[in-house]
Design a protein around this ligand. Structure first.
Ligand code: FFO
Ligand code: ATP
Length: 183
């Protein structure tokens, strides 16, 4: 996986420079709003560093009557769990500098997973942090829609997926919505 490691470093550097130069907020595409319905569970994430902020998509999900969830991380080896997240919940410090709900909140099954990306390609392959947290979550919840969130500068020409990789259903960048063939 040396190759993925090098791609990760390059994509993180591109993301850092892009954000340092000043970026518009990530807008919520109408294609995302079209997927929302009352009662759906939308798993989001609390961004860190130069990650794209999914706040506009969270607001749209709340406005559509969806329930929000955030990942709860223990360490690299332990699978993440998605915990219910109300707007008034305070977040606590977690590993890797993350902010997350405390582990006592109810675990929920996501219908849509807003997935922070390190890199992606036009075929909707993705590279994440390399701990397999989202790979394992996608295997556990195969019916959940997988929506990647990134800045456009994180796009690579081509990513060769590993056998365990599930492609994304769509990606949101500051340039809008990128989708593949319908599932
Ligand atoms: N905001 C956010 N939340 C998230 C993720 C993420 O990528 N971003 N995750 C995605 O799976 C899960 C947490 N998993 C993680 C696994 C490894 C590292 C990690 O190794 N971080 C590096 C620093 C990376 C960098 O330079 O940007 C480290 O701490 O050394 C971070 C998160 C769930 N929550
Ligand atoms: N369903 C699974 N169950 C257990 N381990 C898995 C599963 N899927 C992937 N893994 C492991 O997780 C690791 C993922 O590494 P990889 O470099 O593909 O991460 P990634 O593409 O950055 O994705 P992620 O965002 O999920 O970390 C690999 O060691 C892989 O063997």
């Amino acid at each position: 996986m040396t190759d993925k490691r090098a791609l990760r470093a390059a994509a993180r550097a591109a993301r850092d420079s892009f954000v340092a130069a000043g970026v518009p907020a990530l807008a919520c595409p109408r294609e995302f709003i079209a997927l929302l319905a009352t009662g759906l569970v939308v798993a989001s994430y609390a961004p860190i560093g130069s990650e794209a902020d999914p706040a506009a998509l969270e607001a749209a999900a709340r406005a559509a009557g969806c329930r929000l969830a955030l990942p709860h991380v223990v360490d690299r080896a332990t699978p993440i769990r998605f915990l219910a997240w109300d707007a008034d919940h305070k977040l606590a410090d977690g590993p890797f500098g993350l902010r997350q709900p405390d582990g006592a909140h109810a675990e929920v099954v996501p219908d849509l997973v807003l997935t922070p990306l390190v890199a992606f390609d036009a075929a909707l392959n993705r590279i994440g942090q390399g701990a397999g947290h989202y790979d394992r979550a996608f295997a556990a919840y195969p019916a959940a829609l997988r929506i990647g969130i990134a800045w456009s500068v994180q796009q690579l020409d081509s990513i060769t997926p590993d056998p365990w990789d599930a492609p994304l259903d769509a990606i949101v960048t500051e340039r809008g919505w990128i989708a593949g063939a319908a599932r």
